[in-house]
Write a protein that binds this ligand. Structure first.
Ligand SMILES: Nc1ncnc2c1ncn2[C@@H]1O[C@H](COP(=O)(O)OP(=O)(O)OP(=O)(O)O)[C@@H](O)[C@H]1O
Length: 900
């Protein structure tokens, strides 16, 4: 992280050069001084009376990037030379008289801690001969820290300095474990004072207090709004800014976050992009606070999210709600854990570990439809004239999906460009052509079947069938398989399977249903759970949202195993746990009856479409407890036959708002930090879900390889394109069941925006109650365990959910996990996510795709949806990225930054 030491500065480089005396504080650590901005005695201890250090004197040289400190009378055992990079200084000061003329430097060098690299405070104090000299140095250093250019010839005077920055600090005293105010006193305010930043601190008194405040205040007087809390308070602030009449200007106010919550996802992203290792709690806070003091600002994407209307009190249907999100939209497992773990808030971030285990024990799946617009598609407004037909860039997605839904999505997401090139290259050889024909035949067969069903739906009838087909194809191709490219995850996956077979560890993997295969690894995995559980119980897990998990993983690593992997795979494909690990786990399991029970619950039954007795029971109980607070008791009308006929086109077959409104706003019922001890809710599905079905909305088939029986339908403008003169596909082909019906009565033509001041339009999305464009969108229907849309790299400070994400990459990173995944694999996914290694985890049920917009239509009647971790009304939801809309204070480690 630190750059190599610079050589001794040449005279030409030196801006200032002077001799100083040492200043000892009487303690071994030179870290306190009178009148220091951090207060007497620095952060923690009362100051012993400081005095000039008798023996030492130093030559200090200031260059544009460093302060070189040369001890003039070297003592044995002491470093003669110290180099302080300016990039590691939070600030400096020259205390006022009657204090001696001191130059005080607040230095935060990065150091390796128990968990990663983070900053630690050191104060260096030097005694100048005269006050004017100390002030000159202090001014010069502050100029450099604030980006004011000075040279050796510049007359260093105070008026060179820009005015001190002014920050509005909003503190949620109840965030996380309720330590925000304490950390303000001990960590935040001292460092902010050292950086010569003025501030106003306001404690929030209730939910939405910050939002209301931000709507009212005069913004120009603030250089930044800093949230001292978790991500939820920043969500309020961003929406407060967007609800102002001057939102266009207001949203450009730099915002920053000092992590005192339990998830701290944005802080985790800032920490990561600043080059630090993953860390939590105070180290994370110190890193982020230091970055804040450095003052670099970067653009940050926002995502406009339109949710279903909140249930209204007067019985009239409400308006769809629009909000702006900076972090994530989650449905299923992730949002369940987030919301349900509120009751463990006292554990801090370990609440997510526990929540994950609990939710794993009663894993649910949710029926729904996810549509997304891949980023390679040129922006097409739903109202715009369709662009001339071209070869779709996302062809490889469609092509893959037609064949078999799982693997190609995964492959395409990880190396879209590569797979595209590969698909172009492969027609060159004779063999490839044969394979292509074979695939074509297979596609034809499938279409035949689909036509036979009379629905026009291209869908996988069942995973088992798909797997069989895949296997047949594989067997047929086995003669040539070794010649295939080894770069795709598809081929890797098959390679893995093959190696597993050779190893004799399992049965033929391709013949074995996933669950059965994973059953074979049950014992090891339950060991993982037990380790985690044990640590959570001991309070060790309180160090992170997956902290217990992390530590369990470390235990695994000590034993020589990597829990994040399938036991039968290594990077090359084959892996087995060392015996001693298995023995240790068995021993652990013996001594831990409750854990064993949980582990058995996890692994004895794969997640299937069968009802989960546990969840079913809890659901009924909670219905009574919550009195419809969180979930509707009755499903909104769900015509299964009709839903299955849902096509390639519109994800909405009927008005998405036809469900029964809930009696209360879900948000209003979210337990707030003050009321943590209630809320035994859950959101299990009713028993017996229909088996997985998948319908896809392919891109226009402009090449034979992705021709579809309905190809002609793609050649006409979309049904909701105003300039369309051609009849809609549904009129052309009876098998096409496009729904271009008008939305239900009172919703017709209603603006889907509840924000008062006409904020930016979602040009990629039609209103929520209208059909999506057919072009370019991909739709997946089926049973999901989770859908996560994230636009920051981290989902929690220790969950590196989207390693490829940047603050301003203009992308929504979608991860979805389909039903059928086993608990063990899901756990492995989250374990791997801590290191950001989950993208390479090979599971046919897990997909990662980038998008610029998406629409999610839950078809299960119950569930939780969160936006930035906050509960929103359950129902259809859509979102679109607005690149670089806001500004985030990230420090100056990035390349392109401006200072606030
Ligand atoms: N004084 C307050 N009393 C109760 N709730 C508050 C108060 N101030 C803010 N809130 C609300 O508390 C919720 C949770 O706050 P926040 O997200 O900041 O903390 P957290 O949930 O601990 O952290 P994270 O979101 O990172 O897990 C937010 O929705 C916010 O609106």
């Amino acid at each position: 992280m630190r750059s190599p030491e610079p050589p001794i500065p040449s005279p030409a480089e030196a801006l200032l050069h002077c001799q100083f005396g040492g200043w000892a504080t009487g303690s071994s650590c030179n870290n306190s001084c009178p009148n220091s901005p951090g207060g007497p005695g620095g952060l923690s201890s009362p100051s012993p009376s400081p005095s000039p250090s008798a023996a030492s004197s130093y030559a200090l040289t200031l260059t544009p990037s460093h302060i070189h400190v040369q001890r003039l009378a070297p003592r044995t055992g002491k470093e003669a030379r110290l180099i302080l990079p300016l990039s590691e200084l939070a600030g400096c000061s020259c205390p006022r008289a009657p204090a001696p003329p001191l130059l005080v430097l607040y230095w935060y060098p990065p150091g390796r801690r128990r968990k990663g690299v983070s900053r630690r405070r050191q104060v260096r104090v030097y005694l100048a001969e005269a006050r004017v000299e100390a002030e000159r140095w202090s001014t010069a250093i502050q100029c450099l820290l604030r980006g004011v250019a000075i040279t050796a010839d510049t007359e260093i005077v105070k008026r060179l300095l820009p005015r001190p920055r002014r920050l509005l600090l909003l503190v949620n005293p109840f965030s996380g474990r309720g330590q925000a105010m304490q950390w303000c006193q001990t960590h935040i305010l001292p460092m902010i004072r050292e950086a010569n930043i003025s501030y106003n601190l306001i404690q929030t008194e209730r939910q939405n207090h910050a939002r209301e405040l931000i709507k009212e205040i005069s913004l120009p007087q603030w250089d930044g709004i800093i949230i001292v809390s978790g991500d939820g308070l920043l969500h309020e602030v961003i929406n407060g800014l967007m609800e102002r009449p001057d939102w266009e200007l207001a949203i450009k106010t730099p915002v920053g976050i000092l992590p005192c919550g339990s998830g701290n996802a944005l802080a985790g992203s800032i920490n990561h992009h600043a080059g630090y290792d993953m860390c939590l709690r105070e180290p994370l806070l110190l890193n982020c606070c230091f970055q804040l003091c450095r003052g670099g600002v970067k653009p940050m994407d926002l995502v406009s999210v339109t949710t279903s209307p909140a249930p209204s009190q007067n019985g009239r249907p409400g308006l769809p709600r629009r909000m702006f999100s900076f972090l994530s939209v989650a449905w299923g497992f992730v949002s369940d854990v987030d919301i349900e773990s509120e009751r463990y808030r006292g554990l801090g971030s370990a609440r997510f570990t526990l929540g994950t285990l609990v939710r794993l024990a009663s894993l649910r799946s949710y029926k729904g439809r996810l549509s997304y617009l891949p980023p390679s598609i040129v922006a097409t407004s739903p109202d715009a004239i369709p662009p001339p037909l071209r070869r779709p860039l996302s062809r490889s997605i469609t092509e893959g999906l037609e064949g078999f839904c799982h693997t190609p999505i995964q492959r395409t997401s990880s190396d879209m460009g590569l797979s595209e090139q590969r698909s172009l290259r492969k027609v060159d050889t004779e063999r490839e052509r044969e394979r292509e024909m074979e695939r074509q035949r297979e596609r034809e067969r499938r279409r035949e079947r689909a036509r036979g069903g009379g629905t026009g739906v291209v869908r996988a009838s069942s995973l088992a069938e798909d797997r069989e087909r895949e296997m047949e194809g594989e067997a047929g191709r086995s003669g040539t398989s070794s010649e295939r490219s080894g770069t795709s995850s598809e081929s890797n996956e098959r390679e893995d399977y093959r190696m597993g077979r050779e190893d004799g560890m399992t049965r033929n993997m391709e013949e074995t249903p996933d669950e059965e295969r994973e059953d074979g690894t049950m014992e090891q995995d339950s060991g993982v759970i037990e380790d985690i559980e044990e640590r959570v119980r001991n309070g060790e897990g309180s160090s992170g949202s997956m902290d217990g998990v992390m530590e369990a993983k470390e235990v695994g690593e000590e034993y020589g195993g990597d829990m994040g992997r399938e036991p039968n795979e290594d990077p090359e494909g084959c892996y087995s746990y060392p015996d001693n690990l298995q023995q240790t786990r068995l021993a652990l399991r013996k001594n831990s009856a409750p854990s064993s029970q949980i582990a058995n619950a996890f692994f004895s039954q794969p997640l299937s479409q069968e009802a989960d007795p546990m969840s079913g029971a809890s659901y009924r109980a909670e219905e009574m407890d919550l009195n419809e607070t969180y979930f509707q008791k009755e499903a909104y009308p769900l015509d299964i036959a009709r839903e299955r006929a849902l096509t390639i086109s519109s994800p909405f077959r009927h008005s998405p708002f036809s469900f029964k409104p809930k009696s209360l706003d879900q948000n209003a019922s979210r337990p707030r930090p003050l009321s943590l001890l209630h809320h035994p809710h859950s959101n299990s599905l009713p028993p017996k879900l229909p088996s997985l079905s998948l319908s896809l909305s392919p891109t226009p088939p402009s090449s034979p390889s992705c021709a579809s029986p309905h190809s002609s339908s793609y050649l006409v403008p979309r049904p909701n394109t105003p300039n369309s003169t051609s009849p809609s596909p549904s009129l052309q082909s009876p098998s096409f069941t496009f729904d271009i019906a008008e939305p239900a009565g009172p919703l017709k033509n209603r603006p889907p925006v509840s924000l008062p001041f006409n904020p930016p339009r979602d040009d990629l999305l039609p209103p929520l109650d209208q059909a999506l464009p057919t072009r370019d969108w991909v739709t997946i229907e089926g049973d999901f365990v989770l859908v996560l849309a994230i636009y920051q790299s981290h989902l929690g400070a220790d969950l590196h959910a989207a390693p490829q994400a940047r603050f301003d990459d203009g992308l929504i990173h979608l991860t979805f996990v389909r039903a059928g995944i086993s608990r063990a694999t899901l756990l492995r996914l989250f374990l791997a996510m801590e290191r950001g290694a989950h993208l390479s985890l090979s599971s046919p049920y897990v997909s990662h795709v980038p998008a610029r917009a998406f629409r999610l239509q839950p078809l299960s009647p119950r569930g939780t949806l969160t936006v930035d971790g906050e509960l929103v009304p359950y129902g259809p939801l859509q979102a679109q990225i607005h690149p670089s809309m806001s500004r985030l204070i990230v420090g100056d480690s990035g390349v392109k930054i401006t200072r606030f």
